[in-house]
Design a protein around this ligand. Structure first.
Ligand SMILES: NC(=O)c1ccc[n+]([C@@H]2O[C@H](COP(=O)([O-])OP(=O)(O)OC[C@H]3O[C@@H](n4cnc5c(N)ncnc54)[C@H](OP(=O)(O)O)[C@@H]3O)[C@@H](O)[C@H]2O)c1
Length: 356
């Protein structure tokens, strides 16, 4: 596991008989209650083929094996029933200029971040026509087209951008139809895997906005439709028009206002993409020093951001976090969080830290 902030360094090595192990899969350890996981595929493949004989650290390994086989955090999710995505995705919104406006200051670095995300196992990228606007989708195509098989790009439409930091809804059906066509062109796609209604426009009934997306789906331009920034009532209304496969609302350890929507997604087996999964960039973000997770994170030799992401992944099997970053170092750190497993005691202490 590669973690560039100095956190989460593996401490022990577990060796196995009769099987060739990669360096990464050997570098697993249990640190202060949090188990650092080898990949589920490596473990299961080896356990089945090699009988999982343990040379060293038997006790640790048994605990580890238990955690791996039961770990929800390493799993995939079937988005819409037919798109298999690794649950820890990537939000591309931060690959723009300040105020989510224009091209990123270092375009080459932004492209490297996208490539590295894929190297690290991301196959779900979230974007929107409003990011830049337009530049985010253009950047994704510039960096990654022709796309590797299995990459799911989830874009959105329904917000206009009068200027940096400014977001104004316009979900009229005629406009949304044009938005779909323009996103298809910018992303160089014949069909968009997941198209999300970015918000609900109070001036337009959600049925009408979603109706435009249904038409686009019927025309073969969209595979699946998701919603963003919605209530359970709005989801119910939209579902009367067409199937909805995912919801994207703000949600993280310190903001659980959408708990009811998350529960709804669990019940309906819809994907839930929490935006601002590590608290975004503002004051109170879990990325800032002085955040309530800091002490608990230090205790485990991981970062608060990693703890927050591991918590999300373990919170629900429908959770598909899309942390955003423009930094290769932060990306590496964030992706390593998929390898952390929180114990019930860790869970209690985190809750305590938040209350405290
Ligand atoms: N549907 C919606 O209305 C909506 C709204 C907002 C966002 N989104 C989507 O959700 C995604 C995530 O949301 P978000 O970007 O607002 O919030 P976030 O992922 O919680 O936080 C991103 C912020 O945290 C910083 N960061 C990330 N990893 C870090 C690390 N390991 N250490 C320190 N700082 C770190 C980033 O700065 P650096 O660049 O310096 O790493 C950035 O400022 C977006 O990319 C976008 O795709 C959707």
């Amino acid at each position: 596991m590669s973690v560039n902030n100095g956190a989460a360094r593996p401490q022990k090595t577990i060796a196995m008989l009769g099987k060739h192990w990669s360096r990464q899969s050997l570098n697993t350890a249990k640190l202060g209650g949090i188990v650092h996981l080898m990949t589920r595929r490596n473990f299961l493949g080896t356990a089945i083929a090699g009988g999982a004989t343990v040379l060293a650290g038997g006790t640790v390994f048994q605990k580890l094996a238990l955690a791996v086989t039961t770990s929800p955090s390493q799993s995939t999710f079937q988005l819409g029933g037919d798109l298999s995505v690794n649950r820890l995705g990537f939000g591309a919104m931060r690959l723009t200029g300040g105020g989510i406006w224009g091209w990123p200051p270092d375009r080459e670095n932004a492209k490297k971040v996208l490539h590295r995300a894929l190297d690290l196992g991301v196959n779900l990228i979230d974007t929107a026509d409003a990011y830049g606007p337009e530049t985010d989708e253009l950047l994704i195509a510039e960096a990654l087209y022709p796309y590797p098989k299995g990459l799911v790009i989830a874009t959105k439409g329904g917000l206009t951008r009068p200027g940096p930091g400014s977001w104004v809804p316009d979900c009229r059906p005629e406009r949304l139809s044009q938005c779909v066509d323009k996103s298809l062109k910018r992303l160089k796609l014949e069909r968009i895997d997941v198209y999300q209604l970015h918000t609900v426009d109070k001036k337009v009934p959600i049925e009408e906005s979603v109706g435009a997306l249904k038409k686009a789906q019927d025309a073969g331009k969209i595979r699946h439709v998701g919603l963003s920034n919605v209530t359970t009532q709005e989801i119910e209304r939209a579902k009367k028009v067409m199937p909805i496969v995912s919801i994207q609302n703000r949600y993280n350890l310190t903001d659980r206002e959408s708990e009811d929507v998350l529960s709804y997604c669990e019940k309906e087996k819809m994907g839930f993409l929490p935006w601002a999964p590590v608290g975004g960039s503002g004051r109170g973000s879990l990325t800032k020093s002085g955040n309530p997770l800091e002490e608990e994170a230090k205790r485990h030799n991981v970062s608060a951001v990693q703890l927050a992401l591991a918590w999300l992944l373990q919170k629900s099997p429908v959770m598909l976090p899309i942390p955003g970053t423009s930094s290769l170092t932060h990306l590496e750190e964030n992706m390593a969080a998929a390898k952390l497993q929180l114990t019930p005691d860790d869970w209690k202490r985190i809750d305590g830290a938040l209350k405290g």
